[in-house]
Design a binder for this molecule. Structure first.
Ligand SMILES: O=C(O)[C@H](O)[C@@H](O)[C@H](O)[C@H](O)CO
Length: 412
């Protein structure tokens, strides 16, 4: 990768006095040799999974590295490269200050939301892995300790005929019986063939009936063996979303996700208010500042942040803390490799209101091979007890599935 991004002039150095580097803040006291560690480099590599997973590695002068993951998105590796000089020489144990430092430094490039936040999140996850390894504690310990030993996983399900209610029911049965999950999600924004216009967000009566057929087929097939959520990917108008939520009330679904677009909270709130079907949303909002509005307005029954997108492990914990003030559970949206999935597991272990973490790669076949450890067993991820995230990348699998042109992390 070219080093041009890292060498770019830093305009913020001229435009803000809020500089949170150790030097400016005067953070210089020795912490004792094991904790006097400095960041020396950050590298990324991208995996061609069912999403392009951006893995991040932070290097130190102690020979210890931390591995993280940023949510997928163009430009994320370049942004990480751009930020690397901003934290070289810093002590990786100051996770919160380094996060704030990068948010402040990059604010001109956009750190309220978007790929800059995602890139910072990738570094932040790696810092938790690193800090855990330096301190010889699992990452959940850095977040306050444990509520649970294992995190429930819900499986995002697909069939070749996602619009066919019976095909969905057969797949639901297979995922429960053969793969061992008791928590599932299916898409409801699938075409019934009855649409007159795909742009106007309106659901015609036949379209609603088709969606009810899918919900009924899946829910009746698995009955009490699994909780089932349904995802709408921000597709419908408020009015149509209300009619849909109302029509599926009797099936007692786990949640209905993203029925309306994410920008207008008043619409989101009115849908949630209108129905006893639990409404979930959150994967398109960034940082605690944006999630806070969803929660405080009680625009959701369940909040669904995506950890490597929303800002990282501490940021997700902060969101869970706000949600907890409103008695709202957290279902972690997740389309990541095992690295960020396990990061979500550590956060899930450390918060009271964790509902589940998503698994979105069951059709891939090699997701779990990316790390040396086994990750999901019988629909749960046991919270690792090894230092840091407690998972180790399998470099052969990484090499086999790297995006063309990417390079492997340097060995220490
Ligand atoms: O699992 C889910 O909730 C969704 O289906 C995701 O796949 C999103 O669509 C994706 O993250 C969009 O960028």
């Amino acid at each position: 990768m070219s080093k041009d991004y890292a060498d770019l002039h830093d305009p913020n150095a001229e435009y803000t006095m809020r500089e949170l580097s150790a030097e400016t803040m005067g953070v210089a006291a020795s912490r004792g040799s094991k904790r006097d560690v400095e960041i020396t480099d950050i590298q990324t590599t991208m995996i061609d999974g069912n999403f392009p997973w951006t893995l991040v590695r932070v290097y130190t002068d102690a020979g210890i590295t931390g591995t993280g993951e940023a949510y997928w998105g163009a430009g994320v590796p370049e942004l990480i490269e751009r930020m690397t000089p901003m934290i070289i020489g810093e002590n990786p144990l100051d996770i919160d200050r380094l996060y704030e430092h990068l948010i402040q430094k990059m604010s001109g490039e956009g750190t309220i939301e978007g790929v800059t936040v995602t890139a910072i999140a990738g570094i932040e996850v790696a810092l938790h892995d690193l800090a855990g390894k330096i301190l010889q504690v699992p990452a959940y310990q850095l977040l306050g300790g444990k509520y649970r030993d294992a995190m429930r996983v819900y499986c995002d399900c697909h069939t070749e005929a996602d619009a066919d209610p019976e095909a969905c029911a057969i797949e639901a049965e297979r995922v429960v019986e053969e793969l061992g999950y008791d928590a599932l999600k299916f898409d409801l924004d699938v075409s019934s063939g009855l649409e007159k216009d795909r742009a106007n967000r309106h659901l015609r009566p036949g379209e609603i009936r088709h969606k009810v057929d899918i919900v009924e087929a899946v829910s009746e097939r698995v009955k009490d063996r699994a909780d089932v959520a349904f995802d709408c990917h921000w597709t419908f108008s408020g009015g149509s979303a209300k009619r849909l939520a109302d029509a599926i009330e009797k099936y007692d679904v786990w949640w209905l996700e993203d029925p309306v677009p994410p920008e207008n909270l008043a619409v989101q709130e009115s849908v949630t208010d209108s129905t006893v079907t639990p409404i979930a949303a959150g994967e398109n909002r960034y940082r605690v500042t944006e999630q806070r509005r969803l929660i405080e307005d009680q625009a959701v029954d369940i909040v669904a942040p995506d950890l490597p997108k929303v800002g990282g492990m501490r940021e997700t914990r902060k969101i869970a803390d706000v949600a907890n003030q409103y008695y709202i559970p957290v279902a972690m949206h997740n389309v990541s490799s095992p690295i960020a999935t396990v990061a979500a597991t550590h956060v899930g272990a450390a918060i009271p209101n964790a509902l589940a973490v998503e698994y979105h790669s069951y059709e891939l076949g090699w997701w779990e091979d990316l790390v040396e450890e086994s990750v999901i067993e019988d629909g749960y991820i046991t919270v690792p007890e090894a230092p840091g995230l407690g998972v180790t990348l399998d470099m052969d699998t990484v090499a086999a599935h790297m995006v063309e042109g990417e390079t492997l992390f340097d060995e220490v």
